[in-house]
Design a protein around this ligand. Structure first.
Ligand code: ZN
Length: 327
């Protein structure tokens, strides 16, 4: 279980806007945290048919044309930019997520450290810095070979696009912990899935300023028991480090070393190797956080019991426990 690798790609630099928080510089900072002994490989672009399991072919055609017609920089909405090669880069980011999941199915932890991020991208539209939903593409492809997948999304923002991709299925357990009353303003605790998917979406919105005690409590009381009950064949982490204390966008209080604990908890709870895919994370300590995630992947000791978190987090957890029958 200790083996791990990373997927990177210099092509990510071809989708860039240096004056935007989601710039290539933030990926360079993140990748500075990859330990030297981790084996690296380059991404391959995702196949169109794999991306079309998640996105409307008409949207993909439109996006490709929009990028090709862009001279330097253009905007799809007030948050989301494209540059001329963005479509190609986004295909590589999705391909890296696919490869990370395949590596995990082969028995090693794998972290796809690529951009643009994906978890806000919807069926037929880009959103929130995201063009193609990397994690959803990788998960839908993996479902061709396995029965069940758990996705944990610890990004400060709710992963609306990922949630919507699997909202009606009992084959994917989507667990998101995020900052409440924050973009994209979805992810309330009563969003739990529909039809066959009822109960297979778990949202834990936490108040701004939440720290590791709050996250550890949500993991130990809700996410880990739900994952153990679900017993997934594949475990994917939407790893957004914009919950760091020094992030310019998120307002959480996670320290870089806290990611080691969160990672260890998922490694122990999942029982299968983790596939991690980069989402947000814009602060100066992002590289240090990535280093601690790799430390968590290779750690083999015990995880200590959590301290009690804030009153507000305990209330959210107790509502989730009864709502998801985890008492
Ligand atoms: Zn985010």
């Amino acid at each position: 279980m200790g083996r791990c690798c990373a997927i990177i790609d210099p092509i990510c630099a071809d989708h860039d806007n240096p004056s935007h928080p989601e710039s290539n510089a933030r990926l360079v900072n993140a990748c500075s945290g990859i330990p030297r002994n981790i084996s690296l490989s380059l991404s391959e672009p995702a196949l169109r048919e794999d991306v079309e399991r998640v996105h409307d072919p008409g949207y993909l055609f439109w996006l490709e044309q929009r990028c090709a017609a862009t001279r330097n920089l253009d905007w799809l909405d007030s948050d989301t930019y494209i540059s001329p090669r963005s479509f190609e880069v986004a295909l590589h980011a999705a391909g890296a997520a696919v490869a990370a999941v395949e590596r995990s199915m082969d028995g090693e932890h794998c972290f796809a450290l690529v951009r643009p991020p994906g978890h806000h991208a919807e069926f037929d539209r880009a959103m929130g810095f995201c063009l193609i939903n990397n994690v959803a593409v990788a998960a839908k492809k993996a479902l061709e070979h396995v029965d069940t997948i758990a996705i944990v999304d610890w990004d400060a923002h709710h992963g609306n696009g990922t949630q919507n991709s699997f909202y009606g299925t009992d084959r994917v357990l989507y667990c998101s912990v995020h900052q409440e009353h924050f973009f994209p303003y979805s992810g309330t605790i009563d969003e739990t899935g529909i039809g066959d998917g009822k109960g297979y979406t778990i949202n834990a919105p936490l108040q701004a300023g939440s720290a590791i005690t709050d996250y550890q409590y949500v993991f130990s009381e809700i996410f880990i028991p739900a994952i153990e009950r679900f017993s997934p064949d594949v475990m994917i982490v939407s790893a957004g480090q914009d919950i760091l204390f020094d992030d310019p966008i998120g307002r959480m209080e996670i320290r870089p070393q806290d990611f080691e604990l969160l990672t260890r908890m998922l490694v122990q709870g999942a029982g299968v190797p983790l596939a991690l895919v980069l989402e947000g994370g814009y602060g100066p300590s992002h590289g240090a956080a990535i280093h601690h995630i790799f430390a968590g992947l290779t750690y083999e000791g015990e995880v200590k019991a959590p301290e009690l978190p804030s009153e507000r987090t305990r209330t959210i957890v107790s509502l989730l426990k009864s709502g998801h029958n985890l008492c």
